[in-house]
Design a protein around this ligand. Structure first.
Ligand code: F6P
Length: 363
């Protein structure tokens, strides 16, 4: 009579649906009841019709769909204690004490805190007679498994997050399209890509597209970079190159932590070099469309492993994240990964860029 709930939270990512599908089917295969919790943490807080039982058929034909069929949201209510109390009650009312959270670092941090607070939430629910003592005893352990769904690939502990590979495909396709028109008109393009505070998408697409320059937050350009950039572009044109491509991560900063913007870079190049320069901000196109083969497989592998981890959880098990390491699916402690991810953010904030790079590299 085991039951598990799945939700997707934070920004969507291609590959979430393959993960949802794998969780539902593996769960049912192992004899569990599986529940969809719609609209992320909001559905957990709202309960009612937001928590619905999934069937084998409810995940048919979604392997190649981008986004998430169960919806995603950034939820304020769950940040407050009353919201978490409602969430705990809703879970117990449905007999669910196993959950899979598919989301980014913020969502997984929330899951970890919820798990830590579980005992005290149950106590309060019993005191207020929202939950019976019998049910509180029955569901005293909350088992949580996290899957990292984010195009940013910014989570320490896994080589790849679900969605990053598909986003790379989207960005590469866009750059390939831009280069033909850029070349015809001898233009320079500044392409801004997503990634929040992480430069993964920008760096990898720059390497894969023969870009002339890349700006990423983890490695801000040294003072005087403006001259270096202009000299570099000039030298490529002198060698006969007809176009220039500059990739800029949306979180790009200088060594003082000041944002480097696509408009700022465009202004610099058009003023100093008089090149016809345009900005393309790819935006949410990067999160859209169908998942790549890699992400379909990644979601499937991670989802399957998540169910196994839940089924093997004991009273003393700590929450885990299903990660990919050296192409093997592994379980890593959620707590440690979240802490390391936060440490990277703190190092970046303190402008300790080398330290941030090392922390990311070692993860
Ligand atoms: O975390 C994924 C991401 O797409 C980031 O790359 C981007 O900064 C952010 O989400 C955009 O968020 P929203 O869709 O809420 O505007």
């Amino acid at each position: 009579d085991r039951a598990m709930g799945i939700f997707t939270s934070g920004g969507d990512a291609q590959g979430m649906n393959p993960a949802v599908r794998a969780i539902v089917r593996m769960g049912i295969y192992l004899g569990c009841k599986v529940y969809f919790i719609h609209e992320g943490y909001q559905g957990l807080v709202d309960g009612g019709n937001s928590i619905r039982q999934a069937t084998w058929a409810s995940v048919s034909g979604i392997l190649d769909d981008g986004g998430t069929i169960i919806g995603s949201a950034r939820c304020k209510d769950f940040r407050e204690k009353p919201g978490r109390l409602r969430a705990a009650k809703n879970l117990i009312d449905h007999g669910i004490n196993n959950i899979v959270c598919i989301g980014g670092d913020g969502s997984l941090t929330g899951a970890n805190l919820f798990r830590k607070e579980w005992d005290s939430l149950l106590k309060e629910l019993v005191e207020t007679k929202e939950v019976t003592q019998e049910n509180a005893d029955k569901y005293k352990n909350l088992n949580i498994v996290g899957l990292v769904g984010s195009i940013d690939n910014d989570f320490c502990g896994t080589d790849m997050t679900i969605g990053a590979d598909s986003a790379l495909h989207r960005v590469m396709e866009a750059i390939d399209c831009i280069t033909t028109t850029a070349s015809s008109h001898q233009r320079c393009f500044v392409m801004e890509v997503m990634g929040r505070h992480c430069g993964y998408l920008a760096l990898v697409t720059a390497l894969g597209s023969d870009a002339d320059w890349v700006f990423i937050p983890e490695s801000p350009p040294e003072p005087g970079w403006e001259d270096q950039l202009c000299n570099k572009l000039k030298s490529t044109r002198e060698m006969g190159q007809r176009l220039n491509i500059i990739i800029l991560a949306e979180g790009a900063i200088d060594t003082e932590g000041r944002p480097i913007t696509s408009d700022g870079v465009k202004e610099l190049i058009s003023t100093r070099l008089k090149y016809d320069t345009r900005v393309t901000i790819l935006g949410h196109v990067q999160r859209g469309g169908c998942p790549s083969a890699f992400d379909r497989l990644l979601g499937t592998r991670m989802g399957t492993e998540a169910v196994l981890a839940l089924m093997e959880a004991t009273a003393t098990s700590q929450p885990v994240v299903i990660a990919i390491s050296g192409n093997q699916t592994v379980r890593v402690p959620l707590m440690q990964c979240v802490e390391k991810t936060l440490a990277v953010a703190q190092a970046m904030h303190a402008k300790k860029f080398k330290e941030a790079q090392e922390l990311r590299g070692r993860s």
